[in-house]
Unconditional design. Structure first.
Length: 70
């Protein structure tokens, strides 16, 4: 019963982006914002929140941004 409910609910949820798509979005956001260090992380997250909301795990996105900006 629960598996059927999950399948029905997944039909209404936005499609999750692939790792490659998320990495590209992060790269583009860093480039577009001119981010160079962790001080610029807020600007990058601001760009990505609107693009990736509901399509990617934002905690994972945040971790990936930190890695790229350090």
């Amino acid at each position: 019963k629960e598996e059927l409910e999950i399948k029905v609910l997944q039909g209404y949820m936005p499609q999750q982006l692939s790792e490659v798509e998320v990495e590209k979005a992060i790269f583009d956001a860093i480039e577009n914002s001119g981010a160079k260090s962790m001080k610029d992380m807020g600007a990058v997250m601001g760009i990505l929140k609107s693009q990736l909301a509901g399509k990617a795990n934002m905690a994972d996105v945040s971790k990936k941004i930190k890695i790229k900006l350090t």
